[in-house]
Design a protein around this ligand. Structure first.
Ligand code: PLP
Length: 397
């Protein structure tokens, strides 16, 4: 069994993907060929924002967002302590200061209450300007944007959505009129939102890729300039220091095929697999008289996930004795089941960030780093696969 079966996906979509790649090779337009613009329009319309700008990877997408918002030295940027390194790395790279915030113990996403506390600590210290929040849609589930937006509005901060893992997720929100609901998709929640097309992400290409989303014309124009060496009126007029961060035409053409499958069935298929996982875990572990408790992922009412990961929590309720996660992973592996620990180290404990001041305690991030386990998850996982994983897990505890 594969953790994320990209080979099976390719076999399923092979005809169309091969044709798309051959078309690009035939056209010779390897940089900024027509599939790039077409894909940007398709993604913007799906997400429900005015502008989508493709770029080289999800890390650059975040960097482009920070540059467009003019974030740098003296600015505090609040990031969840439990995430992939890039979320906080880009902040430091731009010369701003990452401030690590604890996460919700059930959704894994940045905790609005802890954000409030961290903002207060930064105000108290008086050396940094609270400038922006980068919320992450961890494991595919949108962060708590209604509450986060209330805080950023009150504080006059920007809200950036790191949707690298979140593309395809959504939140059902009450209409401003108070009557009925609207469904708002991931990558539309930030002032600027970003995603990644790294192969293992919910919508992945065959190499590196990323995109930036915004409704704001001015920021979109800046991002368009920054991604091609800070170009001005044309390519050899350079008005600011930028990056070389374009999405290859080949990747855009592959993404067009994969995006179609994503909309037609893959997003529904991962949600079915997740629902079956949760049903089996709840059913099987309830009757087990084991020391270890298994908690399936929690999706709040009105939220949908794109299941970048299916991540369980393992805990010993009595609190005496720690659970041996490596031993469990070894037993799963012996039965042909791969598993991963996302993430083993909170950001605030990373060596690279050891010089940064800790404004807040992050006990949930610390606890999660010790108790999470991600199981095989992708649209081509069968019900038999899910059953085998859960059965093996239960007997291995
Ligand atoms: C993968 C990821 C990124 C970076 O994306 P790349 O395309 O690998 O540069 C950023 N943030 C999060 C949360 C991610 O999971």
């Amino acid at each position: 069994m594969e953790f994320r079966d990209l080979k099976k996906q390719y076999q399923t979509l092979k005809g169309d993907i091969d044709q798309a790649m051959a078309n690009v090779a035939t056209s010779g337009a390897f940089i900024m060929g027509s599939p790039v613009k077409e894909l940007e329009q398709e993604l913007a319309s799906y997400v429900g924002v005015k502008h989508c700008l493709a770029c080289a990877n999800g890390t650059d997408a975040l960097t482009l967002a920070l540059k467009a918002l003019g974030i740098g030295k003296g600015d505090a940027v609040f990031v969840p302590d439990f995430t992939f390194f890039a979320t906080a790395e880009v902040v430091a790279l731009e010369g701003a200061t990452p401030v690590f915030v604890d996460v919700d113990p059930r959704t894994f996403n940045i905790d609005p209450k802890s954000l409030d506390d961290a903002v207060r600590s930064v105000h108290d210290l008086m050396t940094l300007r609270p400038k922006a929040v980068i919320a992450v849609d961890l494991f595919g589930q949108p962060a708590n944007y209604p509450e986060l937006r209330a805080i950023t509005k009150r504080e006059g901060m920007y809200l950036i959505e790191d949707g690298a893992q979140g593309f395809g997720g959504s939140i059902r929100l009450p209409k401003p009129s108070g009557e009925g609901f609207i469904v708002k998709r991931a990558c539309s929640f930030g002032d600027i939102s970003t995603t990644s097309f790294f192969p293992a992400k919910p919508l992945g290409c065959y190499g590196d890729g990323g995109a930036v989303f915004t409704d704001n014309d001015e920021w979109a124009a800046l991002i368009e300039s920054y991604r091609v060496h800070g170009k001005g009126s044309y390519k050899y007029d350079n008005v600011r220091i930028g990056l070389n961060s374009r999405l290859d035409t080949l990747q855009a053409a592959i993404l067009q095929v994969k995006f179609k499958a994503f909309k037609e069935h893959e997003l529904a298929d991962v949600n079915n697999a997740a629902a079956y996982y949760t049903q089996l875990i709840e059913g099987m572990t309830k009757f087990l008289n084991k020391e270890v408790q298994v908690t399936p992922p929690y999706v709040p009412e009105g939220y949908t996930s794109s299941w970048a990961q299916y991540t369980i929590q393992l805990s010993v309720p009595s609190g005496n004795g720690t659970f041996n996660r490596e031993a469990l992973q070894a037993k799963l592996k012996a039965n042909g089941i791969p598993s991963m620990v996302y993430y083993p180290t909170p950001m605030s404990a990373q060596t690279a960030f050891k010089e940064y001041h800790n404004f807040a305690l992050t006990p949930q991030a610390e606890r999660l780093s010790k108790c999470v386990l991600s199981l095989p998850m992708h649209p081509y996982l069968t019900r038999e696969d899910v059953k085998k994983v859960v059965q093996t897990l239960v007997v291995s505890l």
